[in-house]
Design a protein around this ligand. Structure first.
Ligand code: FAD
Length: 368
């Protein structure tokens, strides 16, 4: 068992968009850092739509060229049936930044990883955080893989572990859930190819998100309240009934082969840490705030928070004491804007006055 002690200015736990954006920012200023990622190779994650307003941010990070790869396609907005029975195209193009992108998400994660592999970032892929201990000088971090433990130390640690917020929780942060929205996710195969168009459709018990993956593959997600999901054995029947209630998505799914064996359930609501930083830690991406997927904010916000947290760390290392407070202010302001937009979005749907899902949703958003 190796137990070599390595010391850095910053240790980043998690190599998703938020962790990589932090590493890119630290690299640009020559701050010594290391990124620890549990997965040896990138895995496919959910979420593929990048809105046009992400482009200036990618430019700041110096990674705008990643979107120009032919694996990602120009995207002009979702089709949506929400608030009435019609399906409407929600155009991105009206904004000043032109079109967005529909990502090949696995390929994007690989591209991001390549950015740090060819930089001054020390990469430890295949290692998982075991423990983090706060010390007078910063943090001591124990990481592990199948065959060894390593002990690292740093002035600061970045929590980029995604929804789990593992680092922040170990160092006293508390994750507050604003709702109990969950996603049920299945894949489906089609016999004929369909266009790369995301369709969103509200129903009585929640809403559907249909995203074509490859020409004949579909990713189908149903977003609903946790209380609707008590009996695991009935999830498949529940989904089939919910599909029957759709006016538009069912046009595709009646011709598709639904793969219930790979069905997954995951939290997919809004949550926020009580504070995104402590004496020697800072949280980025989903670890700090998770966004309702209706907003398509997740990837862009993960990249943005990594960028701004990276700059806060650079200032903090330079003994500028208010850097973390400024980061907190930025995140809080962005969160308030998001909550207002979320409220507007859900207020548009009023077709099911007696639905438990929509009553709860409206109540939560009015009270928060
Ligand atoms: C159902 C669903 C649909 C979504 N749809 C969209 C969408 O359309 N558009 C959009 O923009 N966003 C969407 N999102 C959200 C988006 O995918 C996330 O916001 C984004 O991936 C967050 O990036 P991150 O880097 O913070 O976290 P992640 O991408 O989750 O990365 C965290 C990384 O940390 C690693 N890790 C975790 N724990 C440890 C540990 N203990 N030690 C070492 N490594 C660790 C993980 O392996 C992972 O690679 C969706 C999310 C869900 C759940």
């Amino acid at each position: 068992m190796e137990n070599a002690k390595k010391s850095y200015d910053v240790i980043i736990i998690g190599g998703g968009p938020a962790g990589i954006a932090t590493a890119i920012t630290l690299s640009s200023q020559g701050i010594s850092h290391c990124i620890v990622e549990a997965k040896v190779e990138p895995t496919r994650k959910l979420g593929e739509a990048i809105p046009p307003n992400a482009k200036p941010l990618l430019k700041k990070l110096g990674i705008q060229h990643l979107l120009e790869d032919k694996q990602h396609i120009a995207y002009y907005g979702n089709k949506s049936c929400w608030g009435n029975n019609q399906i409407e195209q929600k155009e991105f193009i009206k904004g000043i930044h032109g079109q967005g992108y529909l990502l090949d998400r696995l390929y994007f994660e690989k591209q991001l990883r390549n950015q740090v592999l060819h930089s001054c970032t020390q990469c430890l892929f295949g290692y998982k955080l075991k423990k983090v201990i706060s010390t007078d000088k910063g943090v001591t971090v124990i990481i592990e893989n199948d065959s060894e433990n390593k002990t690292l130390s740093a002035k600061y640690i970045v929590d980029a572990t995604g929804r789990k917020a593992t680092v922040s929780k170990q160092l006293g942060g508390i994750k507050q859930n604003l709702d109990n929205q969950f996603a049920i996710v299945i894949n489906a195969s089609l016999s004929v190819p369909i266009s790369h168009q995301i369709i969103v459709e509200a129903t009585k018990n929640g809403w559907w998100y249909m995203a074509p993956q490859e020409t004949k593959e579909l990713s189908l997600m149903f977003f609903t309240e946790q209380t609707m999901l008590r009996d695991k054995t009935q999830y498949a029947d529940f989904l089939l009934k919910e599909l029957e209630h759709t006016l538009h998505i069912s046009e595709y799914t009646t011709r598709a082969q639904l793969n219930f064996e790979g069905l997954k359930i995951m939290p997919a609501g809004t949550s926020k840490l009580d504070r995104p930083f402590g004496e020697n830690w800072i949280a980025v991406g989903d670890a700090a705030i998770t966004f309702d997927p209706i907003s398509s904010y997740g990837i862009t916000s993960a990249l943005a928070s990594g960028y701004y947290a990276g700059h806060a760390l650079i200032s903090a290392i330079d003994n500028k004491s208010d850097a973390m407070l400024a980061y907190n202010y930025l995140l809080d302001s962005a969160f308030q804007i998001y909550m207002e937009k979320l409220h507007t979005q859900y207020s548009l749907e009023s077709r099911w006055e007696n639905s438990k899902y929509w009553i709860t949703k409206h109540k939560v958003l009015v009270n928060s």
